[in-house]
Design a protein around this ligand. Sequence first.
Ligand code: KG4
Ligand code: ZN
Length: 338
Amino acid sequence: NKPIYILGIESSCDDTSAAVICNGKILSNVVANQEIHTKYGGVVPELASRAHQQNIVPVIQQAIQQANIDKKDLNAIAFTRGPGLMGSLLVGTSFAKSLSLALDIPLIAVNHMQGHVLAHFIEEENQQIPPFPFICLTISGGHTQIVKITNHFNMEVLGETLDDAVGEAFDKSAKILGLPYPGGPLIDKYAQLGNPKAFKFTKPRVNDLNFSFSGLKTGILYFIQKKVKENSNFIQENLNDICASIQHTIVEILFEKLKKTVQQTGIKHIAIAGGVSANSEIRKVLKGTEEKFGWKTYIPKFEYTTDNAAMIAIVGYLKYLENNFSEESTSATARLKV
Ligand code: KG4
Ligand code: ZN
C-alpha cells in the first residue's frame, strides 16, 4: 500500500481551494473565501476570476505545506473542469495543466457535482460510507439534483430544479429581508429562534422529481412588501419567525420529493451534499427519517458541504485507481453534466 498523493484544485465559483489527499485520507483542505462579493449581494463573475488569480498560488502552497509533503511527492493533479463560471474554471484549469506539465505527473479532470456526491467517500473516523446504489440530494447555490449513484462514476439525475437552485432560494429570500450574501447560513441561524408555522408560503406544484423555487421567492417578496407597507418594522419585529417559516417551507419541498424518490426507486440509503446540506434543519429532518421511515442516512462533515477541494481530491484519487487520466487538451466546461 504505497502512498498516493493527489492535489485537488477547486475554482468553479467564488471559493479558491486546494487539498492534498493520501489514499482516501485528507491531509489538508485550504479554502479562501472571496469577501468581495458580499457588498454586491451575489457573486460577480469578473471579480471572482480576478480573486482566483490572486489566491491560487498561496492557497496551493499552503495546502502542500499543511500536508507536510514536497510538491515532488505528488502523483497527480485533479481539478474542477465544470460546471461553474467560465472565468473561474479557467484559472484552476490552466493552473492544474501547468503544474502537471512542470511536475510531469498526470492530470485528472473532475466534475464538480460528482465531487459533492463523492465527498462521502473521504475516509473519516466514525463515518459510514454509503453502499451502492444510493440516492444523493445535491443542494447548492447553483444546483438542486436528486441523483441515483450505482457506482463511483455512474450517476443518473432523477430530478432537478427547473429554475432557481435551493441555495438561491435561501440567498434571494435573505436579500429580500436585507441580509448580506450568502444569506443561507443566516436564515438557518435566525430560524433556530423562530416559529416555523408563523407564516405560510405557497409551495410550487412540480411534476415528477423536479423542483421549482422561483415562484416561492416571488411569493415571499410580495408577502414581505405587503407586510412592510402595513408596518415598516415588520421584518425587524418578526425576523426569526420569517426565517423559520421560509426554511420550513423549503425543507418540506425537499423532503416531499425525497419521499417520492424512495417510493419510486425502493432505495432507502439517502445522502445529502452541497453547500445547503450544511443547513441544520435539513440535517435534523434527514436524521429523523431513520426512525420514522427506516431510511439509512449519510450526512457529510461540515467542511465538505460548501465548495472545497477535498471533494475534488477524492474524485481524483478514485479516478487515479482506475487510471482514468485526462488529456492536456481537456478544456473547462461551464455546463458540464453529471
Ligand atoms: O456548494 P456551495 O458552496 O456552492 C455552490 O456550488 O453553489 O453552496 C453555496 C450555497 C449558498 O447558496 C449558501 O447560502 C448555501 O449554500 N448555504 C446554506 C447554509 N450554508 C450554506 N443554506 C442554508 N443553510 C445553511 N446553513
Ligand atoms: Zn458546489
